[in-house]
Design a protein around this ligand. Sequence first.
Ligand SMILES: [Zn+2]
Length: 351
Amino acid sequence: MAYTEKFAQLIEIFLRHKNGKLGMRSAAIAQFILESGRGSSELARLHNNFAGIKWRPEMSSVATKVTVDAPSETADFCHFDSIENFVEGYWRFLGRKPYKGWKDHADDSYRFIDFIGPIWASDENYPKKLKALIGEADGLISAHGVSHQTDGGDDHGNDGAPCCEGMVSDYFSSTLEWEKPTVQWDPSPFNWSRGGTEIDTIVMHYTTSRNLSGTVSWFKDSKNVHKTAAHYVIGRDGTIVQMVKDEDACTHGNSQNKRSIGIEHSAKTGDAMTAEQEEASAALVRWLVQEYEIKLERVIGHKCAPRSTSCPGDLFKKYGATSASDCNEVTTAIQRWLREKVFVQENLLVA
Ligand SMILES: [Zn+2]
């Protein structure tokens, strides 16, 4: 079999990673062989993406988004700056919600394939194709001189190493899965049905006032003739008040109401978010994006709803947009905020 030089490097880096000793490692390598054509695919050559890993917001700290015409489809994939980042990205991708439970199948390549195969690819023959490559993967592992670490094992590529169980739990102690931040529930009567429309958008607002309780009262006040409200209002001190259930719609974002979650931030014109408020807002957006699989470009400012308004004011002035900015400038600033603040974390993987 002919492998590219990069592919050979990948195997070495992958096996050197702590998780590279797991029983399912032959299955992962089989994925790399199949998805990258032994390193020859465009995704592998230009983007260090050896597993056809799709773009997801949770990948932001190890990857950037690139649109590629892959043989299967034109889609947004992950671009990795290095093979090391790809290997981290592979574990991170698996740590996402759709693969929850993979650790229960991490001791054996065949069981692992049966578990992740149907989620990873729509091709129903994908698991069969991977299993056919396990022998080749095992050969690559042996060639890298790590087979001596195995301890008996079985004919399914499971090396039976006693180390694995502990390693999986190490990994999972630091896996992705963002919790919903603590909120105070203070319901507004101004809500209505989404009529079956799915949530795919977050609209960011500012209240024009620093007074959280004033806004919360207004969203329940009979004098509020337009019956405006928001799902969440975040105070200057980082308190989050939820006023409308996510499953219901409310009037905050014009044409976007049915599909969106509205987040108000207490702030006067000229105010950026306070540190506490920014922390709370980031935690909330992180969880919403994960929960409803919202694309990052669908986190928008009220101006882009679209509406002639100063909203979201100067919340994002550290990121380059003020109340005088147009929708494009606000969008750029929010996307910068998402990359630099919301989805940047310390390395979540085991050391
Ligand atoms: Zn607004």
